[in-house]
Each structure stands twice: as C-alpha cells, then as structure tokens.
Design a protein around this ligand. Structure first.
Ligand code: KG4
Ligand code: ZN
Length: 365
C-alpha cells in the first residue's frame, strides 16, 4: 500500500502546521500532504548553547517571542489567504510542556479565527512522515527509527496514521548521547554534527565501545552505558567503581586535556560506530520480526542527519531489499512541514480535534 491519500493534483488541501515541542519555533504551509509551500524554523540553539543543553524556561520565553513573526513569515512566503486554509495542525505531544503550550495556543487561536478544524499531531509520528515531504509517497508497511535529542523510538507503520511502537530508549535518547559525549570531548553543542565532523578523521575500530542490545530480541534502546564507557575511557574508571567491579582501567584515562586531536577523533569515530551498529541491528530485527512484508525503512529526527547512520541503513536496505527513505536535512530536525503534512492525512480521515485539545508532555506509543 502506498501513501495514496492526499496529493496536490487531485486534492490541493492546504494546511498550516505549527511545531514548538522543544527548542524550535516553526510554522509551515503544506499542500496536498507533501508539497511544502513554506517552512519557517526559528532555532533557539544560540540561546541554549552556553548552557550545553536546553533550558526549559528559556525555551518557553523564546517560543512566545518567536511564534507570531514565524507564523506571519510562513503565511507570507506561501502566498496564501486564510480562505485557502483547510485546517491547522499542531504538534501537541510529546515535548516540554511550556514549549508545547505556546504552539498549541497559537494553533487554537488561528483555528478559531479562521473557523477551520484543529488537528493535534504526535511530534514523533510526524518525524516518521517527514521523508514524504517534497518527495514521493512512502510505501507501507514501514519500519521507522526516529532518533533525536529527546526521543529514540522504533515503529511499525501500516500507514502514516497507524503507528505501532515496537521499542524506545529506556534511558538517554540517541541525540542526547551524542550531545553528552561531545561535551565530554569538549566538541561543543549540539553534539551530533560536532561528533560527526570529528569522526571523519578518526578510526572507528580504534576503541571497542559496548553495543547495548538488551535482552533477547528486545527492540528497546539504552545509550547511557556507552556514554559512561566514553567518560571512563577519557577520565579513567573511578576508584569506587573499580573496587566494586574489579574493572581494569583500560582507557587513555588522563583526562580530556591530555588527549590530542587524533585521539579525540578516534573516540568520536568509535562512539559513532557503536551507536550506528546498535541502530542497524535493531532496525534489522524489527524488519525481520514484522509479520507484514516491510517495504520501507524510514529514518527521522535530528540524528537521521548523520551520514554514517544513513550509509549503514542504506546498506541494510540493499541487503534486505527494502527501500530506505530519509528526509532532506531540513526536515530531519524539528520543523512544522511534517506536522502539516501528517495533519493532512488526519483531516482526510476525519480525525480532527476541538478547541479543548490538551498538550501532553510525555507519551509512550
Ligand atoms: O530532531 P531534533 O532537531 O530535536 C529534537 O527533537 O531533539 O534533534 C536534535 C538532536 C541533537 O541531539 C543533535 O545532537 C542530534 O539531533 N543531531 C545529530 C546530527 N545532527 C543533529 N546526531 C548525530 N549526527 C548528526 N549529524
Ligand atoms: Zn523532534
């Protein structure tokens, strides 16, 4: 089955999407579910960089300041009139509650003023739809890995709207692990692109970091172990841990200030290889365990921008004879086009909400 639903030519439904789940304030206008008429993203990275991570209170305030101008810009760039808009879709879960509320209130206001339906969309489900943007429809069933700073989830998707959660991280998200390891290696924030850059000149087999696969055929993820392994490799195993586990101190173990560029590049490459390995193995498990004949592997979320991950998953797709769909870089990270695009399918299916729609910080499904 392909994502037959909305296509611009037979049904030019135009939706406005709003995204404010984390640290990006975004608004987009999408026609027919896949044609992006405009996509405006105001990033807060600069505001949070000096703290080495996202500060929720700062994020909330920045969303408030940005949301009005971002919406105006998206509407202007799309060149559409309110009368052309069929619905407003908003990512109302999961995310930081203060951040979610700003986007939700803006979406409710627009839906009310324009007298159009309001559609709540799960942000992670929207990531799984993102490869369809400005591209051809996705063939289903699909296995989707969504990996970002806030989530690492594996789904079986029967359509853009039917998502079955197969597994998720039990501790850190993959992007969070990239960010934390980049902090250990003094590579700056956000960590993903910095690790990827450093890894290019490193040797992935220089160090063997653990691949945490969890028990049996588990499709859950755990990234806190590898983060700790990197920390111990750099700083040495603390005495208390060594006493308890009898662990040998096998790392470079002098502290980051004693490592040269080559050693840091090796650590980055070996860390990245371990994370990519785990993801490849879990995706393969999910494809092989699915009762349905999986036709597509989807990657989404900020970590999907990682070239080593893309390459590994492309190879896996080749071996399994399954298509691999990865969004354009601008749709890997948080954006509102994916929200509007998925919202179009919801509208067609009549899955609309009302002005009592609530924001939900955490959801596991
Ligand atoms: O989807 P996203 O923009 O925001 C969240 O919802 O979290 O993802 C951001 C995350 C950050 O943790 C960042 O370090 C990671 O995605 N990331 C990457 C790369 N680019 C961004 N991780 C690995 N390799 C990259 N090239
Ligand atoms: Zn995201």
């Amino acid at each position: 089955m392909s994502d037959t639903g909305p296509s611009h030519h037979d049904d030019p439904i135009v939706l406005v999407g709003i995204e404010s789940t984390c640290d990006e304030t975004a608004c987009a206008v999408v026609a027919g579910g896949r044609e992006v008429l405009s996509s405006v993203v105001a990033s807060q990275i600069d505001l949070h960089a000096r703290f080495g991570g996202i500060v929720p209170e700062i994020a909330s305030r920045a969303h408030l300041e940005a949301i009005g101008p971002v919406i105006s810009q998206a509407l202007a760039e799309a060149g559409i009139a309110p009368a052309d808009i069929a619905a407003v879709a908003v990512a109302n879960q999961p995310g930081l509650i203060g951040s979610l509320l700003t986007g939700l209130m803006a979406a409710k206001t627009l839906a009310w003023v324009w007298r159009v339906p309001l559609i709540g969309v799960n942000h992670i489900h929207a990531h799984a739809y993102s490869p369809a943007l400005a591209a051809g429809p996705i063939e289903y069933p699909a296995v989707a890995l969504i990996a970002s700073g806030g989530h690492t989830s594996l789904y079986l998707c029967r359509s853009p709207m039917e998502m079955e959660l197969l597994g998720a991280t039990i501790d850190d998200a993959a992007g969070e692990a990239f960010d934390k390891v980049a902090a250990i290696l003094n590579l700056g924030y956000p960590g993903g692109p910095a690790i990827e850059r450093a890894a290019r000149s490193g040797r992935a087999d220089a160090i063997k970091f653990p691949r945490t696969l969890l028990e049996g055929q588990s499709l859950d993820f755990s990234f806190s172990g590898i983060k700790t392994a990197v920390l111990y490799h750099v700083n040495g195993v603390p005495g208390s841990v060594r006493a308890k586990r009898g662990a040998a101190c096998d790392g470079v173990a002098k502290g980051i200030e004693h490592l040269d560029e080559t050693q840091i590049a090796d650590i980055a490459a070996a860390f990245q290889a371990a994370v990519v390995d785990v993801m490849r193995i879990k995706i393969r498990r999910a494809v092989q365990a699915a009762e349905a004949d999986v036709r597509t592997i989807i990657l989404g979320g900020g970590v999907a921008a990682n070239a080593a991950l893309r390459e590994a998953v492309m190879q896996l797709g080749g071996k399994l004879e399954v298509a691999v769909r990865v969004p354009a870089t601008e749709y890997c990270t948080d954006n509102a086009a994916m929200v509007a695009g998925l919202g179009c399918h919801y509208l067609r299916a009549g899955r609309i909400d009302n002005l009592r729609l609530a924001a939900t910080a955490t959801v596991r499904r």
